[in-house]
Design a protein around this ligand. Structure first.
Ligand SMILES: [Zn+2]
Length: 86
């Protein structure tokens, strides 16, 4: 079992994503910026976690952008499918 290792890695990854998000998301983001954070955002959706402050800008973008909303929906579906397959 490498549960602890993978969790630590996920933590470190999330921290770096959040740090990047904090620097990028201080202004309104575009689709390209939004896409950078899709994986992190999708994880929160799938785990039913509260969306952390830096990722709320992504949520705001999704509310305005049907294209990204659809991309996000497909990503969550794909991740769920991968989880079932794995
Ligand atoms: Zn968009």
């Amino acid at each position: 079992m490498r549960e602890t290792d993978s969790m630590a890695q996920a933590d470190a990854k999330l921290r770096s994503i959040v740090e990047m998000a904090m620097s990028v998301l201080s202004h309104e983001i575009g689709c390209d910026d939004c896409f950078e954070f899709f994986a992190a955002y999708a994880d929160h959706i799938r785990n039913g976690n509260e969306i952390p402050e830096p990722l709320r800008t992504v949520a705001e973008h999704l509310e305005r952008c049907p294209a990204c909303t659809e991309e996000m929906r497909l990503l969550v579906v794909a991740l769920e499918a991968a989880k079932i397959a794995g």
